[in-house]
Design a protein around this ligand. Sequence first.
Ligand code: F6P
Length: 540
Amino acid sequence: MSAPAPQPPRVAGPETQPWQRLRELTSMTGARQMRELFAADPKRFEHCSAQAANLLLDYSRQRVDTEVLATFAALAEAVGLREATAAMRRGEQINTTEKRAVLHVALRQRAGQQLGGAQVERMVLAERERMLDFAERVGRRFKTVVNIGIGGSDLGPAMAVQALQRYTEGAPRLAFVSNVDGCQISDLIATADPATTLFIVASKTFTTQETLANARAAREWVAGALGEAAVPDHFAAVSVNTAAMNAFGVHPDYRFEMWDWVGGRYSIWSSIGVSLAIAIGRDRFLAFLDGGRDIDEHFASAPWGANLPALAALLGVWNSNFLALPTLAVLPYDQRLARFPAYLQQLEMESLGKSVTQGGTAVQWTTGPVIWGEPGNNAQHSFFQLLHQGTPRAALDFLLPARSSCGRQGQHDLAIANCLAQAEAFAFGQSLDVAGSVHKVHDGNRPVSLLTFDALDPATLGRLIAHYEHKVFAQSVIWGINAFDQWGVELGKKLCAELVPAVTGEEAGAGPGATAGAGAGPAAVPEHLRPLLKVLRGWK
Ligand code: F6P
């Protein structure tokens, strides 16, 4: 990896002239009706869509016009987005609070690209080969493969295995266990045979409470049924923490390295994706990486007006900061993408949920929106009512493949028609003279982006993920925040560790006869929690 070069001070979007211009345009273009925007430009689809590889972004139903789009490009220039991207690709320490490079793009590189430098390339390619070899030779021999992990060590592989189910012929059954409460591991144990089950403990740190609790339960199950000596044959692990993998007893051939320059939520491209590799096989995993790389190259070089991740980022900024829409609903019209909204929740909200700039000052502007969503058709029959006619408003991302992901094109055509109908309804609404009743009026003018593609295959899934990763990065540059740390998750973890003894009753003075404020427990347990803890203990 190249030595960390001093970074030039960057200016955040709100401190630039294009931002001021967007403010002026808010009461002009931003206030216009979608009908007017379409009427003013009969070729609006051509002017407000862009394509990269097989991804087509149709943003004609966003409240933008040529002047707003030109100002978007000026904003991208003013914040130095091109240079920020180049700095990431060179392996500079752009994660300043953790003093780390950010090189998930290096995980999708081919030989000779030297992203992050020659040494990073060597390590990535060597570990990728080991992992793919293990996936094919060992992983696919088992009947059940269980990924134990949480957050970035779960959501990516779980989402992707479901998305690419069509490409998993001959693979073992894949299961994912993340929650600490023990129900998932318990359900799994009830339906699997220890002799034919492989557990993958996926944890960058190998210190995550939820993952360790589930891994211990799995280990007990295997050792109890097959004997302690069988444990190494049934556990693989992915981590930066060699000592912890040693302590757990993971066989050296069954452990895979990752690096501190891969953030958990950006790690599916690394050996954290081993469960995906087992599911879809070597060639398709490589195609998945290739898809991600297509978008890396596109993002690094395409002009702003044709650059999908940059456009999506700027549209998001426009909707959040100027049109005051604080949430983004992600609505895939494909059941196979059911976990995609959850995956994006971590990617976007852990990355952009910040209110301090890279320089350490409080931001004076809105940053990352709330991300939420469901498969679109199900959502139509639950929360779309509020989106159409309620008072809170949201921006909407629709994801739509042209081809069925399960070979039922006739039914998928219905999904396509639903998706387009909803996009139209959100954009254009329905006026009183057509509706005939005030209760049936739709104001419309809800901004919709349609991200369409031919089929949900491994390369396309790679492109979709990389598209959102770079969108998030571009937004972090515009907002002047660090997309790669996550300090906000630490406080809860620390408080939880302090509370565990009081909850389990292992804390001194917490026995059945203990009274509130008995005084012998750790000072960290607040007195006001003791009555509630006592009630909970009584119910156990
Ligand atoms: O608590 C948040 C987090 O640190 C995520 O960023 C990460 O993806 C997840 O926990 C799991 O962490 P690990 O892979 O170290 O177990």
